[in-house]
Ligand binder design. Structure first.
Ligand code: MSP
Length: 480
């Protein structure tokens, strides 16, 4: 089976923060999980470069925009690489392949008669690169950036989005899982029912950006251009074999702030070009940091690379996916990260590994690792795959940790050291094998979520004779 998963492409007016990396972590887990099932995976991420935000940022940095986006795209790509994100494709919207895809898609939409020239008079929010209504404003300011909107009066090309209202609603009715979770689905259906109108797809007199094939005086509206990245990655239009192989995407992972674009505009664009729609759009929540919105002015954006120097990146992956049910809003709390690290990783998994291997080395040095996974553990771990399939990462992790707790309780109940003292070899070996095989089974499920830990633990578990680890899997941390 093939599996094509995407993250949004990121604005590169600033460096990545932990909120951006969150989407990439979730996509990475899914990609690794599907690879482990031998699926033919395409996992894409990349940068949204034709935005006015980037132009402004380049000006502030006193740099040529082309140089600026090259540098920033490198920074983003290197960040993901350094963190071990396993994307197969890093798409840049200033690349020639992407230009080609945008031009081809716009031509297809035009053939359908869905593009027309009109006058746009209204408001524009540069922060979210969105045309907005008065009613969207909060105290007269753009809802996402808290900055005043720009008033625009210009001739624009429009996409007849309103033509697709009924087809979109029908698609939602027939495919109840198309947009998840339910809160995002409700929001988008209400938007389609009440607000859907034609959208401007070009900006006049904008130098930076892809030229509209219909009129080179215009730049393609950046969201229209950005959404098409998902086709570019799949080889559209030049590589037909690749496109056949991977399109439609299996899941677009996005944050809930950009649901309107992915749940209404994007499917309508594809309908207008007679292309198949993605199978699923999953919108995760937003998280605050210690209760506060991540913002430049507060200076509270957490640099993922700096954080990954304090904690193994697997621990950060674990904390984010375990603590915030995927799809809900949440809070990133450095204190909770520390607490979870110590309780679940150092004292939990790490301690169980060292106790188990230590006891085997001491009491049963020629154990070869054979035997069956305990039934209780098998039952618990059987829920992990279905949970991953639902993107319920917190529940998948909780099932894995329940199996570890089961093993901890076995130690407390059976006290292997007392069995050894009493010379009850059979009972002793039974429990040691149970512990060991629990670790083997749990580690198999951990692979996509905590890939480095998985490899380390696999080495320890495959080593013969089985030896206690020379250093802890996770060293306890005392203070922030
Ligand atoms: N460029 C557009 C996406 C185009 S996709 C065709 C964009 N870029 S972004 O850089 O602003 O955001 C990218 C992703 O990061 C979004 O999915 C957004 O939801 C996510 N996050 C940004 N801050 C976040 C949090 N504080 N919490 C969770 N996710 C966050 O939008």
């Amino acid at each position: 089976m093939k599996f094509y998963v995407t993250t949004p492409i990121f604005y590169i007016n600033a460096k990545p923060h932990i909120g951006h990396v969150y989407t990439a972590i979730a996509a990475d887990v899914l990609a690794r999980w599907h690879r482990s099932k031998q699926d033919d995976v395409l996992f894409s991420t990349g940068t949204d470069e034709n935005s006015q935000k980037n132009v402004e940022a380049a000006k502030t940095a006193n740099q040529d925009i082309a140089v600026f986006v090259d540098d920033m795209a490198d920074t983003w790509e290197n960040t993901f690489k350094e963190l071990g994100i396993s994307h197969d494709f890093f798409v840049r919207t200033t690349s020639p392949e992407h230009h080609q895809a945008v031009t081809a898609l716009l031509n297809l939409i035009e053939t359908h008669g869905d593009i027309y020239l009109g006058d746009y008079q209204g408001l524009y929010c540069e922060g979210s690169e969105d045309f907005v209504n008065e009613s969207d404003l909060v105290n007269g300011l753009c809802p996402n950036s808290n900055k005043p909107p720009k008033k625009i009066t210009e001739q624009n090309y429009f996409f007849k989005l309103s033509n697709y209202r009924d087809r979109l609603l029908e698609h939602y009715q027939k495919n109840p899982d198309f947009v998840q979770p339910e809160s995002a689905r409700k929001e988008i259906i209400s938007y389609i029912e009440h607000e859907l109108a034609d959208i401007s797809i070009s900006r006049q007199a904008q130098e930076w950006g892809i030229r509209l094939p219909q009129d080179s005086e215009h730049a393609v509206y950046v969201w229209f251009d950005a959404l098409i990245n998902y086709l570019t990655v799949a080889g559209f239009p030049a590589d037909e074999a690749k496109f056949k192989r991977y399109w439609p995407a299996d899941v677009h992972l996005i944050g809930k702030d950009i649901i309107k674009f992915h749940g209404a505009i994007w499917p309508a664009m594809l309908m207008a070009a007679d292309l198949p729609l993605p199978k699923k759009v999953f919108a995760h929540g937003f998280f605050t940091i210690d209760g506060q919105k991540i913002s430049k002015s507060l200076g509270n954006a957490i640099d993922p690379i700096a954080l990954a120097k304090e904690y193994p990146f697997d621990a950060i992956r674990y904390y984010l996916l375990r603590d915030i049910p995927f799809g809900n809003d949440g809070d990133f709390s450095p204190q909770r990260l520390l607490d979870r690290y110590n309780a679940d990783l150092a004292n939990g998994l790490g301690n169980l590994v060292s106790r188990t291997l230590n006891m085997i080395e001491q009491y049963w040095p020629d154990y070869d690792g054979s035997g069956d996974t305990p039934a209780q553990v098998e039952e618990l771990l059987a829920t992990v795959d279905p949970q991953l399939n639902q993107l319920a990462f917190d529940k998948a992790l909780s099932a894995i940790w329940q199996s570890l707790t089961w093993a901890d309780e076995r130690i407390e109940q059976t006290k292997p050291w007392e069995l050894a003292k009493a010379g009850d070899t059979k009972a002793l070996q039974d429990v040691l094998a149970q512990l060991f095989l629990t670790l083997v089974a749990a580690n198999e499920k951990l692979g996509p979520i905590m890939p480095k830990t998985h490899v380390k633990l696999e080495q320890l578990l495959n080593d013969r004779p089985i030896k206690k680890p020379t250093e802890p899997l996770f060293a306890r941390k005392n203070r922030l």
